[in-house]
Design a protein around this ligand. Structure first.
Ligand SMILES: [Cu+2]
Length: 314
């Protein structure tokens, strides 16, 4: 397997990537060949038949059947060939192997959430086993995003109110970039994820671990890890500086002014409500862009986040 990559693309990292590259290169080189041929001939004839002195007699030749047949049939065969190889790969990229592991991928401004078959989940890092087909079942909670993994040569729109599917089989252990390839607002360029390809055993172990850690960690510490793993940090800081959302520094016990100019004191219930139903009370001066975590955080996780916010004193 070629692992050097090209000027345009990183090394092929999935079973279909090599074929995508082959077809891309085929079309690219055939196009370059004809570009040079046609533009070269056009330039040559412009020069050869340029006007010289007084106009003479015009040539009586108006067409050439053989030449016209040649330049109609040859390109037709070439484009039909492109269609056939392209369509075969298109089918391959769209028909998900029956033994694929299904992982639910949820896009929202501006993060990715992954839900695995047996209840584990992760944010912004998708963990998958190597040499195993993986079906990503995609949907969005807000606007259109796009699931793009250059190493795997897959890109698929992620829509609200509709499911789309992308599948891949990674061929090498490693970490690959996941981009959102559809402009989705202010944080679009930071909507970065990773696809972590691990061995079959490591994958199983990871699934088990992901349940264990949170039961044993102290709440405050667990909350801090959730603050990062649940991507709260993409919109909230803990050092007092402003971001998309208000800073968490010293927030607990503070009075906040809401957009309807009422005042509330930040306590456990307010934090809980802010996480589960962010639009119920919107802080004055901020856009109501926080996604709801309803159904996405367990009670212990919410408790942990509350404990963590409490610990961020001024
Ligand atoms: Cu996006």
């Amino acid at each position: 397997m070629d692992t050097t990559g090209t000027l345009l693309m990183p090394p092929a990292g999935s079973t279909i990537a090599g074929e995508v590259d082959a077809i891309f290169n085929l079309i690219l080189y055939v196009s370059i060949f004809f570009f040079i041929l046609i533009v070269g001939l056009a330039a040559f004839f412009v020069f050869k038949y340029r006007r010289r002195g007084e106009p003479g007699l015009t040539s009586g030749v108006d067409h050439n059947i053989k030449l016209e047949l040649l330049w109609t049939i040859v390109p037709s065969i070439i484009v039909v060939m492109f269609f056939v190889v392209g369509f075969r790969l298109f089918l391959k990229m769209n028909i998900v192997p029956a033994n694929a592991i299904e992982i639910k991928v949820t896009a929202q401004r501006w993060m990715w959430t992954f839900d695995y078959p047996d209840g584990a989940n992760s944010v912004n890092t998708m963990v998958v086993p190597v040499n195993q087909p993986v079906k990503a079942l995609l949907s969005s909670t807000d606007v259109i995003h796009s699931f793009f993994v250059p190493d795997f040569r897959i890109k698929m729109d992620v829509l609200p109110n509709r499911y789309t599917v992308a599948w891949f089989e990674a061929v090498r252990i490693g970490e690959y970039n996941l981009f959102c390839a559809e402009y989705c607002g202010k944080g679009h360029s930071e909507m970065l994820g990773k696809i972590k390809v691990v061995s079959e055993d490591d994958y199983k172990e990871w699934l088990e671990e992901s349940f264990k850690v949170d039961e044993s960690m102290p709440l405050e510490e667990y909350g801090e890890s959730l603050y990062r793993s649940r991507a709260c940090n993409t919109c909230h800081t803990t050092d007092g500086s402003g971001s998309v959302g208000p800073t968490f520094k010293g927030i607990y016990g503070h009075q906040v002014i809401l957009s309807d100019l009422k005042t509330v004191t930040v306590d456990e219930n307010y934090i809980r409500e802010s996480i589960l139903d962010p639009r119920a009370k919107v802080v004055a001066g901020f856009q109501p862009v926080m996604p709801t975590y309803q159904g996405r955080l367990r009670d212990r996780e919410i408790d942990a986040l509350i404990a963590y916010l409490k610990s961020l004193k001024e």
